[in-house]
Design a binder for this molecule. Structure first.
Ligand code: SAH
Length: 341
């Protein structure tokens, strides 16, 4: 058994550990951890005995940076190796309001979407709360700026790792740590309805992004196995409920695949399905992935699709591409690494 990871604990949980007395030391420990120290030995304002005990009994996690690519637009893509040899990818994008970090929530994924590189090798394991947090912490330290936004949109299905993701959301928002507020966090899901309902009931202020990618079940089921378990009607009901309970507008992601889901008829059908919902649609041109016959839509189809949606009262934006010169599709860095071993 490996030793427990100290960064998995909230300040209150640290204070409850028998080793950490008096309890006010917990706050200091938490602050050091979330500043990115590699061991308790570096927590210089703590008594030496406490530092030694902590290092004996607990782990201070720190992923190894295996690769880093920096794009001409400032986007940084990282490949980290975790303690057990698993690899995860993280992307840091620079915006006017500050850096936004896209984190992975699982090593691999078991959702099986046909267009996605991250799922090709299945799920290796869930990431711990600390392993999700470390991606932001160390990407932020590497770029030298305070990270202001987080998107849970890297490898993995966040709602398939619910408890760890929930705990991560608490940790990342804690004062004394990274302190990133819920309103600056987006969680993207392929649509696990039961978990969306559960998340709604937590009444957090995070943005829910739903990977819709099709205007009906027939098309959706061809590219997303999860659509067989949760029909669109059910999914849209859970999304409407998320909005009712949290007051947060749901955002829908729609990958545009040439000749498959990008016709004006598809746009009309989508607008019809979303009518009356306070929805926002994000159109994304498919990223090519190896060994896939699917191709991105032509730019003019994307523009036409957006026009049809807008005309029918649905706000739609086309996602800006960042880091084009460094990144292949989502999940490809990790896959290359695994193929090399
Ligand atoms: N499992 C979650 C989050 C990870 S995927 C989800 O499904 O939402 C993050 C986003 O990238 C999703 O919208 C996903 O559909 C999209 N994506 C995956 N492969 C892609 C590709 N080849 N091109 C464009 N977007 C892709």
């Amino acid at each position: 058994m490996s030793k427990p990871y100290l960064k998995d604990f909230t300040p209150a949980e640290l204070a409850a550990l028998p080793e950490i007395t008096p309890a006010y030391r917990a706050k200091q420990v938490f602050a050091w951890l979330h500043r990115g120290v590699s061991s308790a030995a570096e927590m210089t304002d703590l008594p030496k005995a406490l530092r030694e005990t902590l290092d004996e009994r607990y782990t201070v996690s720190k992923p190894t940076m295996l690769r880093r690519q920096i794009s001409s637009d400032g986007t940084r893509k990282y490949l980290w190796e975790l303690a057990d040899g698993n690899c995860v990818e993280t992307v840091l994008m620079r915006y006017k309001y500050g850096p936004s970090v896209c984190v992975s929530t699982q090593a691999g994924c078991r959702m099986g979407c046909v267009f996605c590189a991250s799922t090709k090798l299945g799920l290796s394991r869930n990431l711990l709360p600390s392993e999700i947090l470390d991606q932001i912490l160390f990407a932020g330290l590497d770029c030298g700026e305070r990270v202001s936004h987080v998107v849970l949109m890297g490898t993995g299905e966040p709602l398939d790792n619910y408890d760890n993701v929930r705990k991560f959301l608490t940790l990342v928002g804690t004062d004394g740590g990274l302190n990133i507020g819920a309103r600056n966090i987006s969680l993207s899901t392929c649509g696990l309805c039961d978990q969306i309902d559960r998340l709604a009931d937590e009444k957090l202020q995070i943005t829910l992004s739903v990977s819709l990618h099709a205007p009906n079940d027939t098309l959706r089921q061809q590219i997303m196995p999860i659509a067989r378990k949760y029909p669109m009607e059910w999914l849209l009901r859970s999304c409407a409920r998320y909005f009712e309970v949290t007051g947060r507008r749901v955002s829908y992601e729609y990958i545009m695949i040439r000749g498959f889901n990008d016709t004006p008829a598809c746009a009309e059908e989508l607008a019809e399905r979303l009518r009356g919902q306070n929805a926002h649609v994000n159109l994304i041109r498919l990223n090519n992935i190896a060994e896939s016959p699917l191709r991105p839509s032509l730019p003019e189809s994307v523009r036409e699709f957006q026009r049809v949606l807008t005309e029918r009262g649905i706000t739609a934006t086309v996602r800006r591409r960042l880091g084009d010169d460094i990144s292949a599709a989502c999940g490809q860095l990790r896959r290359e690494q695994i193929n090399r071993l």
